[in-house]
Design a protein around this ligand. Structure first.
Ligand code: ATP
Length: 215
């Protein structure tokens, strides 16, 4: 649930403390720490292969860290897992859409696992991202940017407070980026949080927007 009141809280909702991660022989994350408060966007930046995706996967609970801790609302993971996963929407590099289903069917399938949703709400969200004309087409018939927009619509529809997004604007054109930035700003205003891996920064210079540089 989005926590409007939490927007003014000084308590971090999500916190990583001295996280270490190895991939194979490589000591990738060396004591990474950050705090994310309600209403904030944190963009993880750094060169290819530095560990941005790995960090996001760890924070999403998909890749266990070897040292350090991750806290959700003051509780360490995995103890906080049930609450945490209810509040979390994760979007990877790949969209995770079923290509034989239509955009609308994909959204209905993904969202109804979490909550009741009406067809009108699904269509409204597709319209917000200007892909209403794709609603009834099989996903395999959509362009790369249109597929990304469907995947972003899914994130928006979850009503999760924390969005973890790996390069969310991949394949989006300028208009698509502007539309998505407006949705992010909206989410932040309602006390939502976003953690991204990014080569291209969103909402630069806006209040509550920060970067975390990995090197
Ligand atoms: N399953 C895996 N097994 C071993 N090493 C891996 C695995 N997945 C990723 N790596 C390595 O971990 C390092 C970091 O990868 P990661 O995808 O986290 O980087 P990134 O910063 O997101 O890169 P990019 O900007 O290219 O997306 C890379 O050197 C990669 O080869």
């Amino acid at each position: 649930m989005l926590a409007k009141d939490a927007a003014t809280s000084t308590q971090p909702q999500l916190e990583a403390r001295a996280v270490h991660l190895w991939r194979g022989e490589k000591h990738l994350l060396r004591g990474v720490s950050f705090a994310l408060h309600a209403g904030e966007l944190l963009q993880v930046v750094g060169p290819n292969g530095v560990g941005k995706t790995s960090l996001l996967r760890s924070v999403a609970g998909l890749l266990p860290v070897e040292a350090g801790e991750i806290f959700w609302q003051g509780q360490p993971l995995p103890a906080a897992n049930d609450d945490y996963h209810r509040e979390l929407a994760y979007l990877a590099h790949v969209n995770g859409l079923k290509s034989d289903l239509t955009a609308l069917e994909n959204l209905r399938f993904a969202v109804s696992i979490r909550r009741d949703v009406t067809t009108e709400e699904l269509r409204d969200t597709l319209q917000l991202l200007r892909i209403e004309s794709c609603s009834d087409l099989p996903v395999r018939a959509l362009s790369a940017g249109q597929k990304r927009r469907v995947a972003l619509a899914r994130v928006m529809l979850t009503r999760a407070s924390l969005w973890i997004l790996d390069e969310p604007i991949t394949n989006l054109d300028k208009a698509g980026i502007a539309l998505f930035e407006a949705r992010i700003a909206d989410h932040m205003r309602q006390g939502g949080m976003i953690l991204t891996a990014a080569h291209q920064l969103l909402l630069q210079g806006q209040p509550g927007v920060r970067t975390l540089e990995l090197q």
